[in-house]
Design a protein. Sequence first.
Length: 368
Amino acid sequence: MSRDADVIVIGAGIVGAACAHDLAQSGLQVRVLDDRRGGATAAGMGHLVVMDDSPAELALSHFSLQRWHEWAPLLRGDCAWSPCGTLWIAANEAEMAAAHDKQRTLQAHGLTCHLITSHALQAMEPALRTGLAGALHVPGDSAVYAPHAAKWLLNRWPDRVHVQQATVLAIEEGCVQLDNRQWLHASAVVLANGIHATQLCPELPITPKKGQLLITDRYPGEVHHQLVELGYITSAHHSTGPSVAFNLQPRPTGQLLLGSSRQFDSTSSEVDADMMAHMLDRALTYMPGLADLNAIRCWTGLRAATPDGLPLVGPHPTRPSLYLAVGHEGLGVTTAPATGHLLAAHITGSPPQLAPTPYLPERFPLAL
């Protein structure tokens, strides 16, 4: 039977786009199928950040940031690349000690970062309240407008990547069925559609974590760096219940993008007024002047989370020719480049530049 492509990728968000990009770069013909429902790529902040909750997370995000910086000079203007850096804010001396620990970890992996005193922090970001203990400055972290970055990746190999609007109803070995009952065939199928992946693979250990964001009117120069409370690591990233944390990003437009929240008990797209109020109250404890700014829009999104906080990247252990690139939770935009690299290495057999084992789907029992 003739093939419609070497590889079919389901999902045209940032992760699917990165997979298609690296597969095409390897010389393969790729068909990307997307149902245009939207997902975390459109809903998220686009903060490109090296995270170090585990060695595997650090390896994945560090490799990805290096790749993002290689791409940065080539990105179109509408990708809104911003080398804003991150200020991890310590509210007290205990969090400042955590900043020291984080600095040691990042520097041990060759990342540039600097401890900032309370006085220096006030000079760098005057809008923050006085009395904060200090911060860790990671200048290499950046931000990007992920929906346009995904389109840029998909358009880099126009002779090898073909995007089609379609809804996939089923995946069989080496083929997919569309909602018009058409079957498409390929040597491999990549499932990269985030929170929607369980509709095609219900055995995947993915749960939704709802998040809410708010964007303000334009206030150029109000904030200069991505501001994240160090308490985010415990209050949000590792929480098993609803949580909020201060996370503020200056956009190139002069707007401020505010997060973040996590909810485990809701898949509704509606903004939760109580959670939004809780998130705003948290933000005001760091930046009281936010109360005087105009908010113009707020929205929600669903992060696809795995039990151990690491994505599923690699061959499905019980479905031949099916590969997974899902479960990135809040780091899909950051870690898309490493995911695409690993996924292409799995399919082409080329040696990867980082160890693939921590992300293999086989670490979970995925019986059909």
